[in-house]
Design a protein around this ligand. Structure first.
Ligand SMILES: Cc1cc2nc3c(=O)[nH]c(=O)nc-3n(C[C@H](O)[C@H](O)[C@H](O)COP(=O)(O)O)c2cc1C
Length: 187
């Protein structure tokens, strides 16, 4: 009891939550490798980034999954994601943490889809009372930096404090530590 109280009082408690297309592919069949390869698209990049961040921070790791069926081809995923983005639709979540109340700092990772975060990230944020929490976004992408989606992230994050995000695409540990130092969270 004393230990738990001290942990809550003196230490921030961290959690990493991430979404990746690789789970969609694994659940529904094999990826459209030809289309993906021709566009230099790789899968599972966000999971790798989340695992690297976990190694550096020791935060708990959780993969959120969507209810919505995304086609396993890149073109199918792109079409569905485009409709969601254009209409500001929300995909339900099949798997998300039951409770975030014991966490102070939540790293949220996702691939950039259509110059934004996937709409499922909006569903995630809107599923909790985030007042008093600190959100640390990170993304992976083919080209775009995370700045492209920060307005969206702030718009769906309720009363949370949102720190400057970072694009972790095969980044070095040093780069990630420098970012964490810059924004003032544990690394
Ligand atoms: C539907 C879709 C849309 C994408 N849109 C963008 C984009 O607008 N800008 C960009 O730089 N990358 C874009 N990408 C590339 C992904 O962000 C990139 O490959 C990411 O690292 C994939 O992460 P994952 O393997 O964890 O799903 C898109 C990928 C998909 C599947």
């Amino acid at each position: 009891m004393l230990t738990i109280t001290m942990r809550k009082t003196f230490l921030s408690v961290f959690r990493i939550v991430y979404f990746t297309r690789s789970s969609v592919i694994t659940a529904e069949g094999s990826a459209d490798a030809v289309t993906s390869a021709s566009m230099n698209i790789h899968d599972g990049v966000t999971e790798a980034a989340a695992m690297q961040l976990q190694r550096l921070t020791g935060a708990d790791l959780y993969e959120i999954r969507t209810e919505r069926y995304y086609r396993n081809s890149f073109v199918g995923t792109a079409a569905t994601a485009w409709i969601e983005e254009t209409l500001n639709m929300r995909s339900g979540l099949a798997a998300r943490p039951d409770d975030l109340s014991t966490y102070d700092v939540i790293y949220v990772g996702f691939p950039i889809w259509w110059f934004n975060a996937p709409m499922a990230i909006g569903t995630f944020f809107e599923s909790y009372d985030l007042s008093g929490k600190t959100i640390v976004p990170f993304c992976t992408s083919q080209d775009n930096g995370i700045e492209i989606c920060m307005d969206y992230i702030r718009s769906v994050s309720g009363g949370a404090k949102v720190l400057d995000g970072y694009r972790i695409n095969h980044s070095s540990d040093e780069d990630i530590r420098n970012w964490l130092d810059r924004i003032g969270v544990a690394g």
